[in-house]
Design a protein around this ligand. Structure first.
Ligand code: NI
Length: 136
């Protein structure tokens, strides 16, 4: 019997989407306002979901204090109030789209969890646009 527990988190960050192999014109057509050379920000909302068996000693799938600490260290400390293109080395060569940020977050959190636990990341870039990644 597996149960999913989730914790919400939040961070603010700036980014710019562009492909340096393309002309300014093509970047404008593909990325629109997200190609603003002076960057722009988003209020990202995050849902971290952990699925696994309930530990019979604690009654928990995962101690939420531990999950909160992992999210702070691996997501908030690394991304909150950062310029993703300039401050985060993983985004020097790949576009900081919601898709790629979601994979980044998964890859940071997954190694910190018990290997028997499954992880799913849901990342809202706007209240209406969100992406999910669970490692496959
Ligand atoms: Ni954007």
């Amino acid at each position: 019997m597996k149960v999913t527990v989730s914790r919400k988190a939040h961070f603010n960050a700036a980014h710019r989407l562009f492909n340096n192999k393309w002309s300014q014109k093509k970047n404008d057509i593909v990325f629109g306002k997200c190609n603003n050379p002076n960057f722009h920000g988003h209020n990202y909302e995050l849902i971290v979901s952990v699925t696994g068996k309930i530990n019979t000693d604690t009654g928990y799938v995962i101690d939420m204090i531990l999950l909160k600490r992992i999210i702070k260290q691996e997501v908030e400390d690394k991304l909150d109030h950062k310029n993703l293109n300039l401050d985060v080395k993983e985004f020097e060569s790949i576009n900081p789209t919601a898709e790629n940020i979601c994979i980044f977050i998964y890859n940071k959190i997954k190694p910190k969890l018990d290997p028997n636990l499954d992880l799913e990341i849901t990342l809202y870039e706007t209240p209406r646009n969100f992406v999910k990644y669970s490692g496959s």
